[in-house]
Design a protein around this ligand. Structure first.
Ligand code: ZN
Ligand code: ZN
Length: 280
């Protein structure tokens, strides 16, 4: 694990505009850029944390991984350029502040400025916990687990989550599956009346391993309606969420009898599907 020092006050800008980089991570889930890295330590896949040495926001601002390791150049002690892919970047001013880091992630000289340095692996869980604790409400969404929680192969997670927010895919999914939760059968319209109509999350059920380069979303096979509670439970398991079938099994094992509650809601789901199909 490597800590990348960055001093925004000194005018060095590997991001080509930090705000643009933050927007790109928010929108596309990833931002790549060149970074001067220590060759022997920065092998591909190495986890990195971005540390801002700016006066205004000194602290941890982001997370990512080395995707291209630098060529070893013995004469160059500062390192040589490699490529880093950031999967989490916070706006300036929102860092995990240095005093909190000193208190909760001991054993690292947070006050010392270095361009990059290795930090011990056990600091990872502590940093993730702090990241989650200091998150804005949006980042605390269970659909966005703290950075570094997912294995490198699952970097597509942010893009997968975008399928769950794609309006046209959502429409097709709900037209087929209805708007009741596929796990517990909860219907917001039934419980809350008209304001609850069509309110339901859609969940993407394809595991990260199934998302090869040629993957195309099938809104009926790959998306299911889930209420926010069941959806949060699905994403409690990482990297691959619980499937709706597994969640139903967990529920019945915990004392909920499937069938007694599901059948009427399944009928409602059918009725909803017909209504939505007529509406579009
Ligand atoms: Zn549910
Ligand atoms: Zn989901």
């Amino acid at each position: 694990m490597i800590l990348l020092g960055w001093n925004p006050d000194r005018g060095d800008d590997p991001f080509g505009g930090y705000r643009r980089a933050v927007d790109e991570v928010t929108g596309a889930g990833l931002f790549r850029c060149r970074w001067i890295l220590p060759p022997r330590q920065a092998t591909a896949g190495t986890e990195v944390w971005l540390f801002s040495q700016g006066g205004r926001d000194r602290g941890v601002l982001g997370h990512g991984r080395v995707v291209l390791s630098p060529e070893p150049q013995p004469a160059d002690r500062d390192g040589s350029p490699g490529i880093v892919e950031f999967d989490a970047l916070r706006p300036r001013g929102d860092s995990i502040p240095q005093d909190l880091l000193t208190l909760r992630v001991p054993g690292i000289a947070w006050g010392v400025n270095r361009s990059s340095r290795r930090i011990p692996a056990p600091a990872g869980p502590a940093l993730r916990t702090l990241w989650a604790e200091t998150s804005s409400l949006d980042e605390a969404d269970p659909l966005y687990p703290p950075p570094g929680t997912l294995p490198p192969g699952a970097l597509a997670q942010a893009r997968v989550n975008r399928y769950e927010r794609d309006p046209s895919a959502r429409r097709v999914c709900l037209a087929h599956h209805g708007t009741s939760c596929a796990v517990c059968g909860f219907s917001f319209e039934e419980a809350f009346g008209p304001p609850g109509r069509d309110f339901i999350h859609v969940h993407h059920v394809v595991p990260a391993a199934g998302l090869g380069p040629g993957y195309e979303l099938d809104p009926i096979a790959d998306l299911v309606p889930l209420c926010p509670n069941c959806h949060s439970m699905a994403h409690r398991r990482l990297p691959d969420p619980y499937s709706p079938a597994e969640l139903r099994t967990l529920r019945s094992a915990a004392g909920f009898l499937p069938g007694t509650t599901l059948s009427p809601e399944q009928l409602t789901a059918q009725a909803d599907a017909v209504r939505i199909l007529r509406a579009h």
